[in-house]
Design a protein around this ligand. Structure first.
Ligand code: BTN
Length: 258
């Protein structure tokens, strides 16, 4: 499916106040994170979106590579939240993706802590939040979202064992334009809700496949084993360890055991 992701197609009649009111589209780019960061550092409007149809050096969490071949979707959104809202950005992004996928395709997806989106146990979307912080001040935050939309994951050895795509799940292609537009609307709705005192925490918590499961959580060379009991409001995972203690883990990579 050839869809036009130009600024005019994405923004016209979008109905948002600021998210997606400015769009910069690249057919091919090393990483949308870098361009969005430069935009933020030169004071771009909040809600500016950088989209790439293909990335050659996409970045994942924990220094991993994020693979974005043609048919994928990579975007980064420039935000200027205050410090208190920074932990909510992971929740806003993952819920916005779950809602947008459901609205555009009817597919149900779940969140694997902290911010992978899965369909039928396979990863369909990765989220990366990067921020520039000085003392107690957030200069900017970049919300990066990569979704496997129209690609045959079985054709790519890099991801074939763990990933899925929307087209793999549906057996047909999906309009990336519709998906982006719904995603931007959802990001704004949830982001504004958080800023006006609403909470996305409970819904995010309820959408996590991780809770109640035996997991291994790795951060670098350290692996914590236990049962994922809950998440704190700042997004940390609360892990019940075999010795009965409760460990708070701010970030990591989860393997689901059962
Ligand atoms: C992860 O699961 O490790 C996070 C992946 C985040 C990928 C997105 S794609 C858009 C943006 N640009 C990047 O280089 N990375 C993020």
């Amino acid at each position: 499916m050839e869809d036009d992701l130009s600024e005019v197609s994405v923004t016209s009649g979008l109905g948002t106040r600021f998210i997606g009111q400015r769009v910069i589209l690249y057919p091919r780019l090393p990483s949308t994170m870098e361009v969005a960061k430069k935009e933020a550092q030169r004071g771009a409007d909040e809600g500016t979106v950088v989209i790439a149809e293909e990335q050659t050096a996409g970045r994942g969490r924990i220094n991993r590579v994020w693979f974005t071949p043609k048919g994928g979707l990579a975007l980064s959104v420039v935000l200027y939240p205050s410090m208190v809202y920074l932990p909510s950005l992971i929740m806003v992004a993952s819920l916005a993706v779950v809602h947008a996928i459901a609205a555009v395709t009817g597919l149900q997806s779940q969140v694997k802590w902290p911010n992978d989106v899965l369909i039928n146990g396979r990863k369909v979307c990765g989220i990366l939040i990067e921020s520039g912080v000085r003392g107690n001040t957030v200069d900017y935050a970049i919300m990066g979202i990569g979704i496997n939309v129209n690609l045959r994951t079985s054709h790519f050895t890099q991801i074939s064992l763990t990933a899925t795509s929307l087209s793999d799940e549906l057996g047909r292609e999906v309009s990336r334009l519709k998906l982006i537009r719904k995603l931007l609307v959802e990001i704004e709705r949830l982001y504004l809700s958080v800023q006006s005192g609403g909470s996305v925490y409970q819904e995010w918590r309820d959408s996590l496949v991780t809770l109640g499961r035996k997991v291994g959580v790795s951060l670098g060379k350290i692996v914590h084993e236990g049962t994922a009991e809950s998440v704190a409001k700042d997004g940390s995972l609360l892990l019940r360890c075999p010795d009965g203690s409760l460990t708070r883990i701010p970030a990591g990579d989860v393997t689901l055991h059962e």
